[in-house]
Design a protein around this ligand. Structure first.
Ligand code: PXL
Length: 279
């Protein structure tokens, strides 16, 4: 049976993030993917100014109500960037309407990076996002989001494995079965992941060599590759290893291409490799 997902993120017209990443990646992985936009922006809010922003909060529950009449079940509910903290309540309502006991609820909190919240985020976002993480099977915060979710100071001068183990434990206590924290580094040459599932006593770490620069949208690229692996029956650790490898390759081909980094990474060139790896 073909797997089916519903992806709930913003549409940024330009900049390769959110739905313009989730939809092509999941489609390339053979997953039928429905989309619900949480907001419409002309670009992402990272390295652009002057972008437009339309909050679509009032559309989410009417869309979910209509979709719920179509008698379709979803193998994955994948949420990402939301327009506001308050919008979490609409997303929880969508889960009630669209998910059943077989649906894998996969939450990318997507509200900050490098120790700060994104430009348009409000103060309610971390505590609201905690509620959504509690409903999830798998969450994929970056280090910044993990710290905000647990109200811990961001370790701007570097962190220790013990600190990351504490974060993983704290996040598992919110309720998810699997926690994957991105943007973990114990040295300046490497960057990678901490992965812990409920049955594991400690996180496991996976690293790749670090590229210099800020790579917008790579959290979305990584999370979408990870969910693509899960939807193709990989374990969390196998899917995370594949997603880390493919994201690293996407950054590498982007740097070879020389395009300004604010336009995102050239994940399109990696989609054939995703298919090969999943076969
Ligand atoms: O990739 C995360 C993201 C998604 N959507 C919007 C963003 C960002 C990060 O800056 O601004 C609109």
């Amino acid at each position: 049976m073909q797997k089916r997902a519903i992806a709930v993120h913003d549409i940024s017209c330009v900049g390769r993030c959110s739905l313009t990443v989730a939809l092509p990646v999941l489609s390339a992985a053979g997953v039928e993917t429905s989309i619900v936009p949480t907001a419409l922006l002309s670009t992402h809010t990272g390295e652009f100014t002057g972008y437009t922003h339309l909050d679509l909060s009032d559309q989410l529950l009417p869309i979910a109500h209509h979709l719920s009449t179509l008698c379709r079940s979803y193998d994955a509910f994948y949420s990402g960037y939301l327009a506001s903290g308050a919008q979490v309540d609409q997303v929880l309502g969508m889960i009630d309407l669209l998910c059943d006991e077989h649906t894998h609820i996969f939450v990318d909190p997507a509200f900050g990076d490098h120790g700060r919240m994104y430009s348009l985020m409000d103060e309610a976002m971390p505590s609201q996002m905690r509620k959504l993480c509690s409903r999830a099977h798998t969450i994929v915060p970056n280090l910044t989001e993990a710290c905000f979710l647990l109200e811990k100071p961001y370790p701007k001068d570097g962190c220790t494995p013990e600190f990351i183990a504490e974060l993983c434990q704290g996040l598992l206590e919110l309720g998810p079965e699997n926690v994957v924290i991105t943007d973990i580094a114990f040295s300046s040459e490497h960057t990678g992941l901490a992965i812990q599932s409920r049955h594991m006593p400690q996180p496991v770490f996976q690293f790749r060599s670090r590229f210099e620069g800020v790579f917008h949208g790579t959290g979305d690229v990584f999370a979408s590759f990870l969910l693509a692996g899960l939807m193709n029956n990989r374990t969390v650790q196998d899917a995370a290893a594949m997603a880390l490898e493919l994201t690293h390759e996407a950054i590498s081909v982007t740097l070879e291409g020389g395009q300004p980094l604010r336009f995102g990474v050239q994940f399109e060139k990696i989609l054939p490799r995703l298919w090969e790896r999943l076969k």
